[in-house]
Ligand binder design. Structure first.
Ligand code: C2E
Ligand code: MG
Ligand code: MG
Length: 711
């Protein structure tokens, strides 16, 4: 044994040897095995190169498949042996140092291409042969009168040499003559065959019309027919054929014989089954894939009255983290293990499990009682995941979130059902994962509108569908309008006017909040300048603009704000930026820096919704804040008279603390005169609420301010 490691050429040769050994017994070639191996070597090289080529080329695989047909690898078995061998050895011997997963995936695709090339070449060859035979048979018929002997000889040559089965019988069905190919197809001797009658060759899978067509032909009511037909072989196997039967007439036109031409399609059927299997199953886990699942779901949803379906849509929790930290190979093994466990959860008739892709699986149950069954199924799945999965000596905890959809057949389509399951699964995920939720139409509708709004947001800004309403801020001491808060709205073409609570969170999640926030700031600053210009001497009107936490971390915030103020010609102290209290809880210096810069420039910063979060009062001193906006919940406590004494005490405490820190206090949500009076007594500085005005167009504010100034 040599100590030298094999070079790539040796390994390629080794592959070709194994390949030829596997396939040779299933060929009808006249070559010896070593000659056959020489024939396969260039094909092996082609596969090897295609395996490692930078881009995948299906044509290579197809060409190899076609070459196998040319090399007479056309016996049943030949293709599957060739593919099995490629499956088992190609990557091993020809993979070089490429990534195993990539190589395996490529090898699988090459196999499919080979199978396709093979099937096509076989079909072409058979067609060509069939055509030649048919032509010869026709010529034979027509030539009887002219040159009987010459034709007879030619016909005999074609008859014997054809790869296609040919048989002649009389009109009673007695078989008179068959060629070698037909005998090989059936695996019988000529003697046995000639002793049989055509009508004995029935098979349970015969199409209903087959024997009717036969009767018509032998009664000379038709000239020929074509069908797909199965036959029993004496060894118990089934032969599938493409069968063409023609009526032969004598020189005077009287019906005399029937001529059958048959092409063996058994292998092609098997190949189709295999291709169908590959097209409907997931290569990694062997589970049914999305295609097959959709077929089954469609069938379940189209089932008749009284039938129901139940669907569990499973997505693993934190699978990405496992993939990222332990590598894809470990991730793949985890998926295989999960697939096995799921499979064992759905074994009853009417149940199936499929992998939709990635870490998403579905389990389907059908029948009349899925209402209770689907919950059981989900329980079984959750239980199956409880035991940790061992991979590379590690115990991995697997958790999943399941969305359940259950219902009667005949109401919804598969896409709708799957979408609902998907939405519900996400609901389970956002509730913390490791649980299942059951679909409900209202939650679905909400999620769908939310999704629709999210996708429509960017265009809405471009199309100018947003507008701003202003709500006055009133001085509690003298009742004058001191400014207004800008509140954005979306005039949606279908849903009408939407409040910020409907779309600001979506804009924050998609990042659109930055351009949207900048637009609001621009508009509001320009509006404030406009008020001042019109309002003249009676005290400057200021504007409050809300800032989202995302805007705070955006690097352009300070620069943009400065530019916007300068362009409009508004003094910085006429602008107040409102930041919610929760955004600043635990904020570090980096986050506060832009706020500090803005504050140093003279812009006021207000702490919005104060009191709703966890308010660390001691923390207030650190923040560059000049105004506290007390949340609406405090004012609500003062609606009744006399007001809740505890609420009063709290507000009083906050106000005095704020004042001692030099902070002004604004209250939100003032809806009655009594509340306003109470808050004034408690020392609040400004107020905002429906008692004064609802948010409205900018002109309204102008009127209010004028009324104050003159009234
Ligand atoms: P907020 O800043 O606390 O705004 C006050 C909210 O209270 C507004 O709701 C206003 O219409 C409502 N309100 C005013 N007076 C009363 C009252 O007397 N009673 C009651 N029950 N409610 C009153 P709106 O306009 O729906 O705004 C909701 C939130 O959306 C705002 O809360 C603010 O956080 C956010 N928001 C609004 N515009 C913008 C914006 O341009 N950018 C950002 N980032 N957020 C915005
Ligand atoms: Mg606000
Ligand atoms: Mg507020």
């Amino acid at each position: 044994m040599s100590a030298e490691p094999d070079g790539p050429e040796d390994r390629l040769r080794r592959f070709a040897t194994i390949w030829s050994r596997a396939v040779f017994p299933a060929t009808s070639t006249s070559l010896t095995r070593p000659e056959f191996e020489e024939l396969l070597l260039p094909l092996a090289r082609r596969l090897s190169e295609a395996l490692r080529a930078r881009t995948y080329d299906a044509a290579e695989g197809r060409a190899v498949g076609a070459a196998l047909v040319e090399a007479h690898c056309t016996e049943p078995e030949a293709l599957s042996r060739a593919l099995d061998c490629v499956d088992a050895y190609l990557v091993l011997y020809c993979g070089g140092d490429g990534r195993q997963e990539d190589l395996r995936a490529r090898a699988a695709r090459l196999q499919s291409a080979m199978a396709a090339g093979y099937a096509e070449a076989l079909r072409q060859r058979t067609l060509a042969e069939q055509e030649a035979i048919a032509r010869a048979a026709l010529e034979a018929q027509g030539a009887v009168a002219r040159a009987l002997h010459a034709t007879e000889a030619r016909f005999r040559a074609v008859f014997e040499g054809a790869a296609i089965g040919i048989g002649i019988a009389d009109l009673e069905g007695n078989i008179l003559q068959v060629n070698g190919a037909l005998l090989r197809m059936f695996g019988v001797t000529e003697h046995t065959m000639l002793a049989r009658c055509v009508t004995e060759w029935t098979h349970p899978e015969d199409a209903p019309q087959v024997w009717r067509l036969y009767e018509e032909l032998v009664r000379a009511e038709r000239e020929h027919y074509h069908t797909e037909k199965a036959f029993h072989r004496p060894d118990g196997t089934v032969l599938w054929t493409n069968l063409t039967v023609s009526l032969l007439r004598d020189a005077d036109g009287n019906p005399q014989y029937q001529l059958a031409l048959m092409e063996d399609t058994t292998e092609r059927r098997l190949l189709n089954l295999r291709l169908r299997y590959e097209a409907t199953h997931d290569a990694l886990t062997g589970l049914p894939n999305r295609t097959l699942f959709f077929e089954r779901l469609e069938k379940a949803l189209a089932a008749g009255e009284g039938q129901r379906f139940g669907l569990c849509y499973l997505d693993l929790d934190g699978f990405k983290a496992i993939n990222d930290s332990l590598g894809h190979a470990a991730g793949d093994r985890l998926l295989v293990e999960v697939a096995d466990r799921l499979q064992s959860c759905a074994t009853a008739p009417g149940e199936m499990v499929a992998r939709l892709g990635g870490d998403e699986f579905v389990a389907l149950t059908t029948g009349p009682d899925t209402e209770s069954e689907v919950d059981d199924l989900a329980d079984r799945i959750m239980n199956a995941l409880v035991t940790p999965v061992r991979i590379d000596g590690r115990e991995l905890l697997v958790r999943g979130s399941i969305g359940i959809v259950e219902g009667p057949a005949g109401e919804r389509g598969p896409a709708e059902v799957l979408r609902s399951a998907d939405i519900t699964m996400y609901r389970a995920k956002s509730a913390g994962g490791n649980r299942y939720e059951v679909a409900d139409a209202e939650a679905d509708a909400r999620a769908i509108t939310r999704h629709g709004l999210t996708t429509a947001l960017p265009a809405a800004l471009d199309r100018g569908e947003f507008f701003i309403e202003y709500q006055p801020l009133v001085h509690l001491g003298d009742g004058t309008v001191r400014g207004a808060e800008a509140l954005v709205r979306w005039l949606h073409p279908q849903h009408g006017v939407l409040g910020p609570d409907r779309f600001i969170p979506l804009a924050e999640r998609t990042g659109l909040i930055v351009p949207l926030g900048r637009w609001v700031l621009e508009q509001s600053v320009r509006q404030a300048r406009e008020w001042q210009r019109r309002h003249g001497g009676t005290g400057p009107l200021r504007v409050n603009v809300n800032l989202s936490p995302c805007q705070l971390t955006h690097p352009g915030l300070v620069q943009d704000t400065v530019e916007i103020l300068e362009r409009a010609g508004l003094a910085p102290d006429a602008l107040c930026l409102e930041v919610t209290e929760s955004a600043l809880i635990g904020a570090d210096d980096d986050l506060l820096k832009p706020l500090r810069r803005l504050s140093e420039m003279g812009i006021d910063i207000a702490l919005d919704d104060f009191g709703t979060g966890y308010s660390n009062l001691a923390n207030l001193r650190r923040l560059p804040v000049r105004v506290l906006k007390l949340d609406r919940s405090f004012t609500q406590g003062m609606q009744q008279f006399p007001a809740d004494p505890v609420d009063l005490k709290i507000v009083e405490g906050i106000v005095s603390l704020a004042h001692s820190l030099d902070l002004a206090v604004t209250v939100e949500g003032v809806e009655t005169g009594a509340q306003a009076e109470q808050l004034r007594i408690l020392g609040c500085d400004t107020a905002q609420g429906w008692y004064y005005a609802r948010p409205g167009p900018p002109e309204r504010l102008h009127e209010l301010a004028l009324v104050d100034a003159t009234g």
